[in-house]
Write a protein that binds this ligand. Structure first.
Ligand code: PEP
Ligand code: MG
Length: 909
């Protein structure tokens, strides 16, 4: 009862250039609802309707259907009445029926992730009313059969039973087409459509055991509840997990008067973008179909035509359609309906200026009148995101700071992947061409089903068309190829959002799911065959194509330059080889924050000496082995210092448990015994001795250097000698020697003493010196607690947040994958704390240690070198905490640079 008494508004109306809501209310009305309201407010023609708030979805999840229906019923009745008055028709009326659409709309756009029902309100009476009202019986019955089909699928669960099956309604239609010897839906007669309606209802009754609902109000409640349920459907949950959106956001429900694009040749429907979502080019573009409903364009069952003349000419070139044929059979909207086009062009300009961002719009032309059904900030590839931000800045639409803030740092990742090698491309064998739906280079083995995308290491998902069910597989596959569908098909839109290479509408491909083959002319490709996709040209290539490293050029370089103008916190890289160091420098790294020296010991010639050192029982034996390692390690450091040309390089002393270096397989143990002239038994005993119950909490980090100071000695010598050697060659090296895993001050002191003594010895031997510093990682909670004491001696701190997370949470880094996914699914944790820094808990340790360290030494240099150094939200946290730098893997350097700049800009807003 308390719930019924509360007075908050749960239903927001819009229509006829007025609305209860506006674009700022995205959290409450969902993105779609807020934008529909906003469009009404700025005078765009939008079919009237209303939005049920996202809060109602959450209430539904808590209270269930009956309570929620009784709670919102009066408001819904009033809102339907409002649509009725604006449209001059009546819901459920048999002479003049109002038909509506019911769509989901979360606060962020999740294309195709949730469900939509169109033509709601039709039944055996209303269909006659609609036929009489429009004078178009065919249209009325076509709408009715579509409604049953959609409602059946979305609300009543009439989906294919097996993945090889087609949609049960499609099957009935195919059967009738076969019987009637026709090919297209448009060839159905009115009687055919009536028969379909009958057969569809029959199929529903057989499968669900219930009659198809005839009361429009029952239909409406069924659809509203189905939309709420879809928020917790597999697709939406997967999408949420992928993007880290919380489950308690809920979805709004948008109910709108239907307008029809399928009322004849003076009607149509389409999707358009104010700029190119694939490349970012500033051209209005999109696709439409005459005499069709929205789902026809997106589903890709008919290949749509281009909206602009320019787009149409470009399309014809790719599709190899000559100009005469194009103008006659595939004219652009601009050529076919110039007045409507002009109006649409005006709205797209107005909307882009209003929202100051690229818009993705849906429209319908009903009997010569244009309606805008939706607008939203368009999904785009990483390349388009960068170009659009830079162009809008140059066009004066947004400021420099806004341009930097427009970039989603993690999306830059797409621009950092290898691209096809230009030379290899020239020699490639192109087997067919489709539409360049989402740029990129992808090579992989063919699979035909989304749930088999992991069958091989690298896969290309080839489908006749994709559907929202395929989302997970699309995300896993390297590239997506469809035989049907245009640039706005589901595959194309989703792939662009994921930044995944996609070619759509490759009509020359004959895909057969049953035989798992793809045929082009006479050549057959089977599941598992290799193909390559060039998403920028639409070329489908036989076999593998070589790739090369990407470059920071063009707008990407420009936006990074702008970012550097604002970034105050530096970005370093974690690099263990000269090659990694070079890549990172090219991406703008300002130093190395972590060189894990142990990685150098895994190479073939070194692992032997390393094992010899570990297996030796005497100091002499270990020193002998270390002498072999010294020159190798020294030359590694020389390579890295040289690559970094005077930028600081943090070298960490040996860290992992020693058992990681010894052989565990009998064969390798045997050959090691031979090489070392000891018995196999002796090797086995030593390996067993090194086994630990909790190696991560065992004999590792500085504990190694304390038990075997000769290791630290060798490493310190290698660093100092390498720097001196470079000095002789006129190259400056700035080594920072870092002691890992300390928990007590004495641990630090003991290791520092070995390092400094060794350095002094080398300086004496060489009669020369270099500058170096000695600092420590803060990765054990106790070290964070005594940071003030450590700072007295340490020259710098670097947070090892991998270990810090492991130790403060008490989650083993090596075993957490067993339970973390379940934790995230159940909402125990929102995200994986090893990927995104836990600011609430671990963050406190970072803040506290920084503060305590700087209390002792105000200029203490503090950085982070755990995996979190490349995660945008963690980078922002580091900025707020006052860290001097973050350090991340080479390919994440540009991402961290941007995140660092954004953090600095946000602090000024
Ligand atoms: C860390 O613990 O965060 C770190 C960088 O060291 P490693 O991952 O090598 O343990
Ligand atoms: Mg560590």
């Amino acid at each position: 009862m308390e719930v019924l008494q509360d007075v908050k508004t749960r239903v927001y109306k819009f229509g006829n250039k007025a609305a209860d809501g506006n674009s700022k209310m995205k959290n409450l009305l969902g993105g779609k609802g807020a934008n529909l309201a906003e469009m009404c407010n700025i005078g765009i023609p939008v079919p009237p309707g209303f939005t049920i708030t996202t809060e109602v979805c959450t209430e539904y999840n808590l209270l269930g259907k009956d309570k929620v229906v009784s709670m919102i019923k009066p408001e819904i009745e009033e809102a339907i009445f409002n649509i009725e008055s604006l449209m001059g028709s009546k819901f459920g009326d048999k002479d003049n029926p109002l038909l509506i659409s019911v769509r989901s709309g979360a606060r962020v756009s999740m294309p195709g992730m949730m469900d939509t029902v169109l033509n709601l309100g039709l039944n055996d009476d209303a269909v006659i009313g609609l036929a009489n009202k429009t004078g178009n019986e065919r249209f009325a019955w076509d709408s009715y059969r579509r409604f049953i089909q959609m409602y059946g699928g979305v609300v009543l669960g009439m989906k294919p039973e097996a993945k090889e099956d087609i949609d049960p309604f499609e099957e009935i239609m195919e059967h009738l087409k076969y019987k009637r010897r026709i090919k297209l839906d448009t060839e159905f007669t009115i009687q055919d459509l009536k028969d379909l309606v009958y057969d569809f209802k029959d199929a529903v009754k057989k499968r669900t055991g219930h009659d198809f609902p005839t009361d429009p109000w029952d239909q409406l409640w069924g659809a509203v509840i189905a939309v709420f349920n879809s928020w917790n459907g597999d697709r939406a949950m997967y999408y949420r997990r992928m993007h880290g959106y919380p489950a308690d956001w809920g979805t709004a429900v948008n109910v709108q008067a239907m307008v029809y694009g399928n009322m004849g040749d003076n009607s149509g429907t389409g999707v358009c973008f104010t700029r190119d979502a694939g490349t970012g080019e500033d051209v209005f573009n999109g696709e439409y179909l005459i005499n069709a409903q929205g789902e026809d364009v997106v589903a890709g069952t008919r290949t749509p035509q281009q909206i602009t003349k320019l787009g149409s000419i470009r399309w014809a070139e790719l599709a190899k359609v000559d100009e005469e044929d194009r103008v006659k059979n595939y004219p652009s909207l601009e050529e076919l309906m110039p007045e409507i086009y002009k109006e649409l062009d005006g709205y797209q300009e107005k909307l882009e200026k209003h929202y100051k961002d690229m818009q993705d719009m849906e429209f319908t032309i009903q009997d010569g009148k244009l309606w805008i059904l939706q607008t939203r900030n368009g999904k785009r590839t990483g390349a388009a995101m960068v170009k659009i931000a830079m162009d809008m800045y140059k066009q004066g639409l947004i400021t420099e700071k806004e341009a930097v803030l427009r970039i989603e740092p993690s999306k830059l990742d797409e621009l950092l992947h290898p691209v096809f090698d230009a030379k290899a491309l020239k020699e490639a064998h192109v087997i067919a061409q489709g539409l360049p739906a989402s740029p990129g280079a992808a090579t992989g083995q063919i699979v035909f089903f989304a749930d088999e995308a992991t069958k091989y290491k690298y896969t290309i998902l080839a489908r006749i068309e994709t559907s929202p069910e395929d989302l997970e597989g699309m995300n896993i596959a390297r590239g997506i190829l469809t035989a049907r569908g245009g640039m706005t098909s589901h595959a194309a839109v989703v792939a662009r959002g994921m930044g995944k290479c996609c070619i759509s509408g490759a009509g020359a491909l004959k895909i057969n799911y049953k035989t798992r083959t793809l045929k082009v002319d006479d050549k057959v490709y089977h599941e598992g065959d290799w193909i390559s996709l060039n998403g920028s040209t639409g070329n489908i290539i036989e076999g593998k194509v070589a790739t090369s490293e990407p470059e920071l050029s063009g707008e990407f370089a420009e936006i990074m330059k702008l970012a550097d103008k604002y970034a105050t916190m530096q970005v370093r890289t974690n690099a263990d080889t000269p090659n990694d160091a070079k890549i990172a420098r090219n991406f703008g790294a300002q130093g190395i924050g972590l060189t894990r020296t142990e990685h150098m010991f895994f190479e073939v010639d070194r692992i032997k000496a390393m094992r010899e050192m570990i297996l030796s029982d005497t100091l002499i034996g270990r020193q002998h082995a270390l002498e072999k390692l010294l020159p190798m390690q020294r030359s590694d450091f020389e390579g890295i210092f040289e690559a970094m040309q005077g930028l600081p390089v943090t070298v960490r002393l040996l860290d992992p448990p020693l058992h990681e270096f010894v052989p565990h397989q009998l064969e390798t143990q045997r050959s090691l015994a031979e090489e070392m002239h000891i018995t196999l038994e002796a090797v086995k005993i030593k390996v067993a001795e090194l086994e630990e119950f909790n190696p991560m909490l065992g004999h590792r980090g500085c504990r190694l250097g304390i038990t075997y100071p000769e290791i630290t000695e060798m490493q310190a010598r290698a660093v100092i000698e390498a720097a001196l050697n470079l000095k002789e060659r006129g190259i400056v090296a700035k080594p920072e020697i870092m002691i890992p895993l300390i928990g007590t001050l004495t641990e630090f002191e003991s290791q520092e003493a070995v390092i400094r003594e060794t350095a002094n010895k080398v300086f004496e031997e060489r009669n020369d010196t270099i500058e170096y510093s000695v600092g420590t990682m803060i990765e054990i909670p106790r070290a964070a607690l005594i940071a003030d004491k450590i700072a007295k001696y340490a020259d710098f701190f670097s947070f090892g947040t991998n270990d810090l997370t492991q130790m403060a949470f008490g989650y083993s880094r090596d075993d957490a994958s067993k339970f973390l996914p379940i934790y995230i699914e159940k909402g125990i944790l929102k995200v994986d704390p090893f990927e995104v820094l836990d600011q609430e808990g671990i963050g406190q340790l970072v803040e506290m240690a920084t503060e305590r360290g700087r209390n002792t030494k105000p200029n203490l240099k503090v950085g982070i070198c755990g995996e979190h150094g490349g995660d945008p939200s963690s980078v922002e946290f580091c900025y707020r905490t006052g860290l001097n730098y973050v350090s991340c893997s080479p390919y994440r350097v540009p991402i961290a640079r941007l995140a660092s700049a954004q953090a600095a800009i946000k602090a000024t807003l």
